[in-house]
Design a protein around this ligand. Structure first.
Ligand code: R5P
Length: 337
């Protein structure tokens, strides 16, 4: 497996654990759940502060036990935990940590949830189905979260599910910088579905490239079909961009349709969240992905099936650390969104 990691440049100025913002009477503590310990360590390094100690244990019956091992009384708590697979376990762990902090008299709880699971469930489509994104928002608010920070969340609808402030950061500028030297001038940015068009436009603006959009239909969790492509891809190197890759089915189907429309056989793929269930990397390699560029927002499982795929992992820890630092100083996050 050829995985390269590339942290982005970022000032490592320490903020103290955590220096109370001058403009605020709060002190703060930064905690991390167990969903992505490498990212938590990266954020700790980039912030230049020690994460507050906490413990997560799983009982043999699957129940989770969390304990905050330091006082958070009266503190502003920033809690880093994503709802990546196993989604339900990580979600419950997040809720448990929030409950523990609230009961321990934390003054305010900011949840940093770089990957927000269930965000794809954002409507009922007229059927008897739940809106899981909305349900999660209710659970999180009810548990005691006062502010949410996400990263390239799947749909802006998520913000509307909450009544509390939500800031959505983006990794697009970081990923675009990695793409820049790899992408020829006649390339085209490809959105694998209509939903990713806004994301694709951001890449296209930063890289000065045109956009093509695939029209995708999802028939199940593992099956999609691309029925047509809007935009000129014939003979042009393609860069497929997406917020997340789970099974690799979307990218594989998109590549098939692009080939049919006259694009080269191989393409570079960039995505913020490498959810990558088992078998996904093999599927991407077999489909003709020439290089995969992702962030470390989701912990990458050491996968046995990735040997054929060149993968570059860019760290978003500095981006998250900057957001936390700004937030605690009462600054704007606009430039990170
Ligand atoms: C869907 O709209 C998302 O943006 C991704 O395209 C999709 O979730 C990727 O999933 P998979 O890799 O399983 O096709």
């Amino acid at each position: 497996m050829a995985i390269t990691t590339a942290p982005v440049n970022e000032s490592r100025q320490p903020v103290g654990i955590i220096t109370p913002p001058v403009s605020s009477s709060f002190s703060a503590a930064v905690l991390a759940g167990s969903a992505n310990l490498l990212l938590a360590q990266g954020v700790e390094r980039a912030l230049g502060v020690r994460l507050a100690a906490c413990t997560t244990e799983r009982f043999p019956d699957g129940e989770v036990m969390v304990r905050i091992d330091e006082s958070v009384r009266g503190l502003e708590v920033v809690l880093l935990q994503l709802t990546s697979p196993p989604v339900n376990d990580h979600l419950i762990e997040l809720l448990a940590m929030v409950d523990a902090c609230r009961r321990a008299a934390a003054a305010r709880i900011v949840a940093v949830i770089p990957y927000f699971g269930y965000a794809r469930s954002d409507r009922r489509d007229g059927r008897r189905m739940p809106i899981m994104g909305s349900l999660l928002a209710d659970l999180m608010e009810r548990a005691g979260i006062n502010h949410v920070i996400t990263l390239d969340v799947h749909t802006p609808a998520v913000e509307g599910f909450f009544r509390i402030p939500v800031d959505n950061l983006t990794a697009v500028p970081v990923l675009a910088e990695v793409l820049r030297p790899r992408v020829p001038a006649n390339a085209v940015i490809v959105s694998p579905d209509v939903g990713a068009t806004r994301l694709a436009n951001r890449y296209a603006t930063l890289l000065g490239l045109p956009v093509a959009i695939c029209h995708k239909r999802r028939t199940s969790g593992t099956e999609v079909s691309v029925t047509r492509i809007i935009g000129d891809v014939s003979g042009r190197p393609c860069v497929i961009v997406d917020d997340m890759i789970t099974t690799g089915g979307t990218v594989a189907e998109c590549l098939r349709a692009l080939r049919q429309a006259g694009a080269p056989t191989n393409a570079i793929v960039a995505a913020t969240h490498a959810v990558l269930v088992p078998g996904a990397l093999s599927k991407l390699a077999a489909a003709g992905v020439q290089e995969l560029i992702v962030t470390d927002s989701v912990a990458l499982a050491p996968a046995a099936d990735s040997s054929q795929l060149r993968t570059m992992v860019v760290s978003v820890a500095p981006l998250i650390a900057t957001a936390i630092r700004r937030l605690l100083a009462g600054g704007s996050l606009r430039m990170l969104a």
